[in-house]
Ligand binder design. Structure first.
Ligand code: ZN
Length: 135
């Protein structure tokens, strides 16, 4: 298994891969899940989830505020996707075009708070346009 080197963007400390239960406690939902945790956690409240199969980090480490923003951005994108009956890949292609990013850069798990705000605004705007078109 590959080891991923990540640093905390807030305090610079290296991240460590730990079971998700370290943060969330034991639950069926988190079984077999891993997180990259700032080695200064919990003093530094910064982490990111890992993919289940290969423990690849889902993005950059995020503090509470950024984690919340990323959840909201995911939610806005999912609502937009459903309202347009788009496939998941298509919505990311749309987002790449809107934000001027490459496919490698277009992962909400890598986005800053500002970029998450852009995603939310774009989704809302585009949904509104659709309602006007169909009215
Ligand atoms: Zn840290």
């Amino acid at each position: 298994m590959k080891n991923y080197q990540l640093n905390c963007p807030y305090c610079g400390a290296p991240a460590v891969c730990r079971p998700a239960s370290t943060v969330y406690g034991n639950s069926v939902r988190n079984k077999g899940s891993y997180l990259y945790l700032c080695s200064h956690w919990p003093a530094c409240d910064s982490y990111v989830a890992a993919h289940k199969q290969d423990k690849r980090p889902m993005g950059t480490l995020a503090n509470a505020s950024l984690r919340r923003k990323r959840i909201l951005a995911h939610r806005a994108l999912e609502e937009f996707r459903r309202s347009r009956h788009m496939e998941k890949w298509a919505v990311y292609v749309w987002l790449q075009g809107k934000l001027g990013l490459s496919p490698e850069q277009t992962h909400i798990g890598m986005f800053s708070e500002k970029q998450c705000g852009q995603v939310i605004a774009l989704c809302r705007q585009s949904q509104k346009t659709q309602y006007q078109e169909s009215a």
